[in-house]
Design a protein. Sequence first.
Length: 318
Amino acid sequence: MGFMKKNLNPEVFGFFDECTNAASYIVKDPSSKNCAIIDSVLDFDVSSGSIKTIFADKLIKKVSENELVVEWVIETHVHADHLSAAPYLAKQFSAKIGIGSNISVVQEVFGKIFNAGTEFQMDGSQFDRLFYDRDQFQIGNMSVDVIHTPGHTPACVTYVIGNSAFIGDTLFMPDFGTARADFPGGSADDLYNSIQKILSLPEETRLFLCHDYKAPGRNDFCWETTVLEQKQKNVHVGGGKSQKEFVEFRKERDKKLGMPKLIIPSIQVNMRAGNLPPKEEDGEHYLKIPINKIYQLSKVDPWFLNQIKEIVDEENKI
């Protein structure tokens, strides 16, 4: 694939939020104090509607203790199971927020689902940088290669930095398998092809995951593996499983999964780069609950899938 040229290998500090089963990372250039934060988490209590920054403050503490310079706060995708703390962290460090360029596809789909209104821009302009497939950017002296890895969502990307790759929701730990592909715009075929891109990286490549759910028989949370481990042991795609086998399995499994408990608040916030919806006339923020819309879309309407395909095809022409 042309990646893994001579490059600095990052220093990686992982943080795991058990409330959302999500991993966040501080990725540091070993030759400087410069770093990036990947897939941050904002604490949200759905029963009370309260927001806190306890988890994000752990990252701030680590940055401060090591006198790091945060250049980027980046996302592997629009998360459906936790709120992003990107604006909070970016403001704290005067950093830029980035995400994959197909964010506009997600915004078009969910902007309509949540009736976000004409003031909601569906062009990704809420983010400082949109990363296209095979883009490159810098964290200090480290070069970062961007690979579009759709399937879980249309906007998923993987960041390859030296001997490490931050793969979002594609692969989980080998004993737990792979991410679901039934969200609006998701595709089991696309997910399989994206996973093959990741598995084509050198076998010693460190893979940093977005989630872990502790497979039966495992007592500890884990969020790092390697390409070789995934090739050999992944229970969904390891051992050379064919695309047909995987797609049939993934579709059947996804039919049995419920929606993530935080999908409604998460998408509304994360499609806005982690910002809450605009304040209403009383000066307060509100989140919407669309009745039956997300459930209906998860049942895979062929017309709707065709609309998504048209949007993605149009984005890929740019």
